[in-house]
Design a protein around this ligand. Structure first.
Ligand code: ZN
Length: 360
């Protein structure tokens, strides 16, 4: 929508420029071109005081867009975009990622230090039997994720990561769990009663693992420079920043984030089913999670707005009812996957003998 409005603005600017060139005191096109190129976007804050400034910005962009330099830069960027398109595992969705695994790991290390400085004192001692139970589940999920991954570089990367589980013991924190790109897993104790059983735990862990497999944080980070440039261009044209941020969030960031959530649900459910956990139990987990969300929302005076259409549009997470609906649709295929994984055959679990938490 905003693209066409920019186009209209550029066209309007072009029209004004054309009129000025044909009637103004300087009919020399070369002179007008030089003058227009010299104008810089930072002058746009005077837009409301000086109408010529906005016209000049449009002229500047028009000159830039029609210049040979723009063609070279555009071609280079398109080439860079195309060579950095990678397929997501399991769903095979094409997405733009230019951040290599080693940078991803460093970002994970940085976040790890920050989280540890905040929650380090609340970590449940590693002698607690819960760690054994959770690492058993994670080992199965990781074995399936690695065995079914066609990307050899990522396969190697996942095997080499220093996997670690940390349970944050504080029931007053909202239910949550996440996996950092360096293989550090954090589980808040408040989510454990909602998980209820191993299948519930596997639902949460496989979802979080899928965010890592699909490199969702790198995908978001890869698009940031594009959003920054777009925001700068829009600011120079309109002189308003909050509207541009809302526009970019509403049109790009939030829909991408919701798409990633759905993808993580999809990949997670497949990994879970292939690891012999019960996909039917995922629905029950999300129903319990939905009730907890509503309880927390009422506590905060929100009245369950997260499930409204408006709430979903402005939220980065899909509504729980949508998640449940999606999983219900995938269920027949997921049940088939579990059946064909030989879960009931004697000795099947020897495939899951790998231990990724030896170094913990
Ligand atoms: Zn998620």
């Amino acid at each position: 929508m905003f693209r066409s409005s920019i186009a209209t603005q550029i066209r309007t600017g072009a029209l004004r420029q054309f009129t000025k060139l044909s009637t103004g005191p300087f009919p020399d096109h070369t002179f007008a071109r030089t003058r227009a190129i010299q104008i810089r976007p930072y002058a746009s804050y005077r837009r409301f005081n000086n109408s010529n400034a906005s016209t000049n910005i449009y002229e500047y962009y028009l000159q830039l867009l029609t210049s040979r330099k723009a063609l070279y830069i555009g071609g280079g960027l398109l080439g860079f975009y195309l060579i950095n398109l990678h397929e997501a595992p399991f769903t095979h969705r094409l997405r733009f990622i230019w951040i290599p695994f080693w940078i991803e790991t460093r970002i994970g290390d940085y976040s790890y230090r920050q989280i540890m400085s905040q929650y380090g004192s609340m970590i449940l001692p590693h002698s607690n039997p819960l760690y054994g139970r959770i690492s058993n589940i994670m080992n199965k999920l990781l074995a399936t994720a690695i065995a079914n991954n066609e990307d050899q570089t990522q396969k190697r990367h996942l095997k080499e990561l220093h996997w670690e589980i940390n349970i944050i013991q504080n029931d007053s924190l909202p239910p949550n769990a996440f996996i950092l790109p360096n293989g550090k897993i954090f589980i808040f104790s408040s989510i454990l009663p909602i998980c209820e059983n191993d299948d519930g735990l596997a639902t949460v862990l496989s979802h979080e693992l899928s965010h890592q497999l699909a490199q969702h944080s790198s995908e978001q980070l890869s698009s940031q420079p594009f959003y920054m440039v777009l925001s700068g261009v829009l600011y120079s044209l309109t002189g308003v920043s909050w509207f541009n941020d809302l526009l970019i969030n509403g049109l790009f960031t939030m829909p991408a984030s919701r798409e990633m959530e759905t993808e993580a649900d999809h990949i997670g459910c497949e990994i879970l089913a292939k690891s012999c956990f019960n996909p039917d139990q995922s629905i029950q987990f999300w129903e319990r999670m939905g009730r907890e969300e509503q309880r927390l929302s009422k506590q905060m005076g929100g009245g369950g707005a997260a499930n409204s259409v408006l709430g979903q549009w402005f939220s980065t997470h899909p509504a729980t009812t949508k998640r449940i609906h999606d999983i219900e649709n995938w269920l027949p295929k997921l049940r088939e996957m579990r059946e064909s994984s030989g879960c009931y055959e004697y000795g099947r679990f020897h495939d899951f003998s790998a231990n990724y938490f030896k170094r913990q």
